[in-house]
Design a protein around this ligand. Sequence first.
Ligand code: ARG
Length: 575
Amino acid sequence: MTDPQLVLTERVQQALANAFGAEYADADPLIRPSQFADFQANVAMSLGKRLRRAPREVAEAISAQMSDFPGTVEVSGPGFLNITLDSSWIAGEAGRMLADPRAGVGQSTPPQRIVIDYSAPNAAKEMHVGHLRTTIVGDAMARTLEHLGHTVIRQNHLGDWGTPFGMLIEHLLDIGEDAAVAQLEAGASTEYYQAARAKFEGDETFKTRSRVRVTTLQSGDPETMRLWHVFMEATIRYFNKLYDMLGVTLTDADIAGESMYNPMLEKTCDDLQAMGVAVISEGALCLFPPGFTGSDDKPLPLIIRKSDGGYGYASTDMAAIRYRVDDLKADRILYVVGADQALHFRMVFAAAEQAGWLPDTVSAEHIQIGMMLGKDGKRFKTRSGASVKLMDLLHEAVDRATAAIDDRGYDETTKAEIAHGVGMGAVKYADLSVSHDSEYVFDFDRMLGFTGNTGPYMQYATARIRSIFRRGEIEAAAVTGPILLGEEAERALALHLLSFGSVVEQVGSLIEPHRLCAYLFEIASLFSTFYEQCPVLKEGVDAETRASRLALCALTLRVIETGLDLLGVPVPDRM
Ligand code: ARG
């Protein structure tokens, strides 16, 4: 453990126990970054009341127990403890971190089994920007939790089943399989859906055919199933093109769409009904998890079988949660899904608890994804009002990135590589750097900016450090220090680097990737100051200082590269 804030917490707790007795050993020392020192501990202020002593006196007593501490502790004002760490301690810890192949990131023992439900586009509609965000945030969390040593089970809960598939299959027969496949593979599923829908509304025989097709699909008729597969495979090829383009880790093996639960739905409903958790209300089989009421104060139903016998979204989610707990043996289930589904998930979780399908030992969490807005502050759309085709959006990001680096003299291949990395990095980082539950404005100009907390800025910061090693003809991985902290800018950078492990751990427990972005941005800024003030390769820098500064560069590089990798943000070699 190298995070100074954690080290200090432990050390002050020891002092508390020594000064006031063992019962104080787990009081929160309230360590915060300080303007006047590295940190301050505010515990004396609250403890004073409990001990009926002046806070300043309490602070003195704590500080008296910290004489062997590698730093200075000063009592200030009414009873704050200002704590400054010895530079030699910081340097030693930074050196240890440099030698650690995991750069101070711990590994959870025992590992948890974590199911992450993310991406989950609907096959009957175009994958839209909202799914872009659940895909990117979910993937960053999958990478981060895996790095923390957990067993991550990705579940792509595709919307691949339901009544619309009747008309979608009939439309496929009308236009011919080849034409349908070509259209779907190209990502024109919205047009496809709309064409089918228009016929459904305007053509009685088509409507009848579609209804019959729903029944044959549900009964598992082989030819209908074949057609459904043709439709789904083409659609999935399009999703995969997007995943490839984005560098998302989802594969076909992670697909666990709604259709997968189809064979379980009847038993799901029967079991819930048999244990009395599900009851018939107005002809439908409903769950009434406690604590949910509608505007009329009547209990709110979660319908798991419609009065016509059909199953829906809630039925599937009840089957899915049981499968994830019982079969996948999840310790933790994360649902990375739009914030507008919050009520649905609260009800599903409550009902699952009621049924005994979600024991206390398993946590189910809805990671709410805020809506993506256009520059006008409304739901993101094209000018014509249609939803935006994702592939076009991603290509536009790359085109704009190409324009931004056009004058840098790269050959075409290198330029294309960099532009791809910058474009995708910009889109992904923009999604990750704001808290996942807040709405945010999709703005190419801002996300592609080379300044501020953006993907390109972080990529540029990385490329800059790499170029130091390239110019010095030094292998960053071979640098060993030792680290010596003379200048303030060196010290500030090193001190901050020490928190990397605990930031990653926090991101994993709180599911807040934006904290990692904020941390990396801070590191990049501290590095900038360091690099302005502390020459590394310049002539006249003595060998020891040069070795130490190279070590700081190498450690910064490792932290930023690892961090961006956990976020799934690509890092072009140069920029
Ligand atoms: N397909 C759904 C949508 O587009 C998301 C599915 C999320 N996962 C789940 N288990 N309900 O909104």
